[in-house]
Design a protein around this ligand. Structure first.
Ligand code: KIV
Length: 255
């Protein structure tokens, strides 16, 4: 989906976004009609089993973006720039081009890094910003912008990102009143995760909303399915049937 079509949705209809990291999931989300798919660096904790996003590399992102791109016909694909891939303009330009070559239609990067964002946009690379809780550098996973000073800084950063020409801004774990103020104050699409219903759109980590998590469920995650139990029960049935020699029956055998 083209960026112009997405940005025209501001104020008219909500934009839907989920993460995906693999071909099959991306294909299903695309078939369901999702507007945007983020190949997030949440890849690190969700798929690769790291503690967070810090170990995710450019090659990890390229591999998973290309898998997602092979499954998508309609949705706009965003490639997340991993930590240390956009420390300066030269790296940011080189690395964002790699993500676009892998199949992303735009890139997302965390925080306000004006020089880098300016360089990418003037080279024709569409950029989505990300404010509030920034997992690549955060020292805790608490809600950001509850205190006045921090809220004012996030608001000012959002205005600056908007001025630089980002087409969208992810707002992660900030109070509803702040996301509402930002949404009303910028031309860009605001995409919330833990930021309330007033954002122009919403994003969730797909594995979280499908209920793959077992240990800790963040407050902002709604479970739309319980894949953990579905997969575990299916695996247990398979184990029982193989042990009992009731699988494979003739129906699943060749003669
Ligand atoms: O990496 C990711 O999944 C993200 C979302 C939390 C927005 O950045």
């Amino acid at each position: 989906m083209e960026i112009e079509k997405l940005t025209r949705m501001k104020g008219n209809q909500k934009v839907t976004m989920l993460t995906a990291y693999d071909y099959q999931t991306a294909k299903i989300l695309d078939e369901a009609g999702i507007d945007m798919i983020l190949v997030g660096d949440s890849l690190g904790n969700v798929i690769l089993g790291y503690e967070g996003t810090k170990q995710v590399t450019m090659s990890d992102m390229e591999r998973h973006i290309s898998a997602v791109a092979r499954g998508v016909k309609h949705a706009h694909i965003i490639g997340d720039m991993p930590i240390a891939s956009y420390d300066n303009k030269v790296d940011a330009l080189k690395n964002s081009k790699r993500l676009i070559a892998a199949g992303a239609h735009s890139v997302k990067l965390e925080g306000l890094n004006s020089d880098v964002i300016k360089a990418l946009i003037s080279s024709g690379i569409p950029v989505m910003g990300h404010l509030g809780l920034l997992p690549q550098t955060a020292i805790d996973l608490k809600v950001k912008g509850k205190k006045r000073e921090e809220a004012e800084r996030i608001y000012a950063d959002a205005l600056e990102l908007d001025k630089l020409g980002v087409y969208g801004i992810v707002l992660e774990c900030i109070p509803v009143a702040l996301s509402q103020k930002i949404t009303n104050g910028v031309k860009s699409l605001t995409i919330g995760i833990g930021a309330g219903v007033d954002c122009d759109g919403q994003v969730l980590v797909v594995n979280d909303m499908l209920g793959m998590l077992q240990d800790h469920k963040p407050k902002h995650v709604k479970l739309y399915a319980n894949l953990h139990d579905i997969i575990k029960n299916a695996a247990q049935s398979y184990i029982d049937e193989v042990k009992a020699k009731t699988f494979p029956t003739d129906e699943y055998s060749f003669h």
